[in-house]
Design a protein around this ligand. Sequence first.
Ligand code: NAD
Ligand code: DAU
Length: 332
Amino acid sequence: MRTLLVTGGAGFIGSNFVHHVVEHTDDTVVVLDKLTYAGNRASLAGLSGDRVRLVVGDIADAAVVDPLVADADAVVHYAAESHNDNSLHDPRPFLDTNIIGTYTLLEAARKYGTRFHHISTDEVYGDLELDDPERFTEHTPYNPSSPYSSTKAGSDLLVRAWVRSFGVQATISNCSNNYGPYQHVEKFIPRQITNVIRGIRPKLYGAGENVRDWIHADDHSSAVLTILDKGEIGQTYLIGADGERTNKAVVELILTLMGQPQDAYDHVTDRAGHDLRYAIDSTKLRTELGWTPRFQDFEAGLAATIDWYRENEAWWAASKDGVEAFYATKGQ
Ligand code: NAD
Ligand code: DAU
């Protein structure tokens, strides 16, 4: 039985991880979360106070971070500014949280000898051509495109340096696009589901030919627990579930599953510098650590996610109008 310090545990993937830990282990969890616009206490509702405690604070604040890292058996670091579109509008918070915040946590892990797992993204590798037979592996060179992905790449490199220079006991994982419950309505899949619920037409950037490699957030959680338990210190593991789909195909599936004509969407202004395709080869994680994803059926996982947004309007309603007003200013 361990105490895990989960940064960003009130966000989308972090809260899915906390639910997963409570369900599948005896560990207790301390969540450190600043509760930015992306964090939501309600994502942790229903979890026993004996197992999960929320500390509201900034990962870039050493006075908050130090005692929590000192008391933890391991840190699982999810906290980040996570949305590419926001990073194009105002990059500064991405530097503060993703770079300085990660640095602050690493210094504490160094001081107290605490095991550290860093959550990162496939976007650090840049993008692939649609017809490229290769997928990203742990050996793909870093080539990030956006302010968001460049700060995530920078944070990965900090972790590697702190392992090599200071002997910090860290691992890194880079995962593909997650879907599932508790995802903010600014993101692609929840935005389109909640648009349809509200009677707004889904919005596809550009031609919609961009490809993302979808994985259910619960599979991301099981992969992270596997790495925490069995991963080799200093190693990077790519997490993916062979879920490549064009954005157009995803919008059409959402519309079909929600009983709408599959062409009832609008093409809107494309994202600046929009990465074309991500695709993960997760052979290392599967063969060396024995992980396999549980949610192999994307259509079933998406249908369950649609049900979740239909049944939990109170969770997302307060954010919806502001998000749509922001996108409208950019013609999106
Ligand atoms: P999210 O935006 O939903 O959640 C981020 C959480 O971090 C929020 O609860 C927010 O309040 C908190 N936070 C932000 N700044 C903070 C700070 N300075 N101090 C403390 N807490 C702070 O993000 P997400 O989609 O759940 O992503 C979580 C992690 O997973 C990120 O590191 C992201 O790069 C990575 N990731 C995301 C995806 C994806 O598809 N969403 C895929 C791969 C990797
Ligand atoms: O690949 C992992 C990354 O996935 C994570 O590191 C990021 O934190 C996470 O936000 C996600 O990044 P993307 O930019 O791929 O996700 P987003 O949900 O913003 O967009 C997915 C795709 O859908 C992308 O090609 C842009 C497009 N899109 C997005 C929105 C919001 C649309 O076509 N319409 C939209 O309204």
